[in-house]
Design a protein around this ligand. Structure first.
Ligand code: GLU
Length: 594
């Protein structure tokens, strides 16, 4: 089975050159398809038939109507995830060179920006706080020496350090030039036009196939009247991928994507159950290793922890640990020669994960990627890929990708230990379906969300292998509703955190399957005695106390069901607090900056 997703990268770059098109429909709509990668501000620069172009920059979500009836023959657009400078119109892209001839959109971080500012352009007056503007000035400065935009971009791009991609529009001629270093820019052709985008989603519906602009090869798309020869050659020679159909982003209700993706989870589990063979090659690699290091970032890190816990509990003699990817670059000694690194990543583009893989390679470790996006950077860097098969995930809050990771993790562990537990994935899918359709669950979750939405803080309590489920629930609540939630080990409660408890303090307790609930029941009593409002998920809820009974969310101890209910609690709390959990502040779907 082969899974083909579009690659992705935080922040979106889009470019078009060719026949005259409507800016709103042909430039801003595709830009909108990328805004879930970074959505704090956006902008576009275009030139029309009579060069009557404009530059539009705005804070917030892409407004397709902002360009009115304007037509363009050349345009570049950007959705931003700020790294340098606040979220404001003046920091939004495109940035202009000193004379305004060059407009530039940029993804990434120019790591030597301070040095270039003082040594190369000391007298240059910046209009923004971004690193990106400097590149626009550098290009325009080079353009004074020779009137060739492509070589001006090439020599300016060669000066910058870091992971970067840019598209430059010469507003005088309509020529567009692109360059990329370790960030994908895709190029496609449609009738009478060339189109580029950092994400295939933006090309969907416009071109059928696309190629990747090679690293450090500066390509001119040409001008509206004369498309670039280099770009056309690249289209002929490079390996093309099919651009999948991608429904245009509709401005749905807040949380519409998250809600839909939560509801897809039974199907995701069934797909994973049906494709267990995809995990076998990786499992063979694992069985030859001395120690497994599971890694990831955010929700993927929780899936990594969960899998490591499962492997430890299986106690088959294979040592394992989970380390956040962001730790590994600074602490390479945490990986030993002969280890296997298993990297969980939805996008396959997360910079910290890519760095962790580089560290593992340096340390002679084998690397396995559990990746949702086939064709992504991580998929190309590892010894074996285990496709996640979660399908495209659009809500910034990870839901089905995280659940898919814990299921693939379970399969990997089962394949290594010869256990049959993953057969239960089918059964888990049915449990999820039941929970999704259950009116009682819905009303209990609603009551908890009502309670949480008026509070400042909450605890999610679990022990043993269930702790990652609690960490994930707490993260979802924080990300989605800006309510502080902390996951705490059952046994650690009374050693400090219990000091937080006051009247009505919400505590969600997660009990696993089996008989290991006695400590959690004691904890429930200790919390309730101090005024906490205790909500219980799992078997064995203490019956004696009314407030505990009222707070029963589910009697299922399944980590899948509990993960999903945690997501539902986060969604409902977010909506009650007026937050759109598909686009929470300060986040991006895939973080490709370090
Ligand atoms: N570093 C640039 C900025 O802060 C670009 C960020 C991005 O990739 O969107 O504006």
């Amino acid at each position: 089975m082969r899974w083909q997703w579009w690659g992705c990268v935080v922040c979106g770059i889009f470019g078009y050159v060719g026949e005259s098109v409507h800016v709103g429909a042909a430039i801003l709509e595709p830009l909108r398809a990328m805004e879930y990668r970074g959505y704090d501000s956006w902008g576009v620069a275009y030139t029309g038939d009579r060069n009557e172009g404009a530059v539009i920059r705005r804070v917030g979500r892409v407004a397709v109507e902002a360009a009115g009836d304007a037509e363009a023959r050349a345009a570049i657009g950007h959705t931003r995830w700020a790294t340098h400078g606040d979220v404001s119109e003046r920091n939004a892209h495109p940035h202009l060179g000193a004379n305004g001839r060059i407009a530039l959109v940029h993804n990434g971080i120019i790591e030597n920006v301070d040095q270039l500012r003082t040594q190369v352009l000391p007298a240059c007056r910046m209009r923004s706080d971004t690193d990106s503007e400097l590149l626009a000035h550098l290009v325009e400065r080079r353009l004074r020496e020779s009137d060739d935009v492509r070589s001006a971009v090439a020599s300016a791009f060669a000066l910058i350090e870091g992971t970067n991609a840019c598209a430059v529009l010469d507003r005088a001629t309509g020529e567009i030039v692109v360059a990329a270093h370790r960030l994908p820019i895709r190029l496609g052709k449609t009738r009478g036009a060339l189109v580029i985008a950092s994400d295939l989603a933006a090309l969907s519906g416009t071109v059928e196939t696309a190629v990747v602009v090679p690293d450090d090869v500066v390509v001119s798309l040409g001008t509206p009247d004369r498309l670039g020869v280099d770009a056309l050659q690249l289209l002929d020679l490079a390996e093309a991928v099919q651009v999948p159909g991608f429904a245009r982003t509709t401005r749905g209700e807040p949380g519409a994507s998250m809600r839909a993706e939560i509801a897809e989870q039974p199907d995701v589990l069934r797909r994973i159950a049906a494709s267990g063979d995809l995990a076998r090659h990786a499992a063979r690699l694992l069985s030859r290793t001395s120690r497994v290091v599971f890694t990831g970032c955010g929700s993927a890190y929780h899936a990594a922890m969960f899998t490591s816990e499962l492997l430890q509990e299986a106690a088959n003699g294979l040592a394992s640990t989970a380390i956040p990817a962001s730790e590994l670059l600074a602490r390479p000694a945490l990986i030993h020669s002969g280890d296997t690194l298993v990297a969980f990543t939805q996008s396959g583009e997360t910079a910290d994960v890519i760095d962790a893989i580089a560290v593992a390679r340096d340390r002679d470790a084998t690397v396995i990627g559990v990746v949702n996006m086939e064709g992504s950077t991580v998929a190309g860097l590892v010894d074996a890929v285990v496709p996640l098969c979660a399908g495209p995930e659009r809500s910034v809050l990870a839901t089905k990708s995280c659940l898919a990771m814990i299921a693939r993790g379970r399969q990997l562990v089962d394949a290594v230990t010869g256990s049959q537990a993953c057969r239960t994935l089918e059964h888990e899918a049915c449990r999820l379906e039941t929970a999704l359709g259950c009116e009682t669950h819905r009303s209990r979750i609603g009551a908890l969300a009502d309670h949480l939405s008026g509070r400042q803080s909450a605890l999610v309590v679990a022990g043993g292998a269930h702790l990652p489920v609690a960490l994930e629930a707490a993260l979802k609540i924080k990300e989605g509703s800006y309510l502080h939630a902390e996951a705490v080990r059952t046994g650690e409660l009374k050693h400090g955190v219990i000091a937080l408890i006051d009247d009505g303090y919400p505590c969600i307790l997660l009990a696993p399957e089996g008989n290991q609930v006695s400590r959690l029941r004691i904890a429930a009593d200790e919390l309730a005695s101090r005024g906490a409002a205790v909500y219980w998920m799992g078997p064995g809820a203490p019956a004696a106390r009314d407030h505990v009974q009222h707070g029963l969310l589910t009697d299922s101890g399944s980590p899948y069901v509990q993960t999903m209910l945690g997501q539902m609690v986060a969604l409902e709390t977010a909506l009650r607090r007026g937050v759109d959990p598909d686009f929470p502040r300060n986040l991006a779907k895939s973080v490709t900056v370090r």
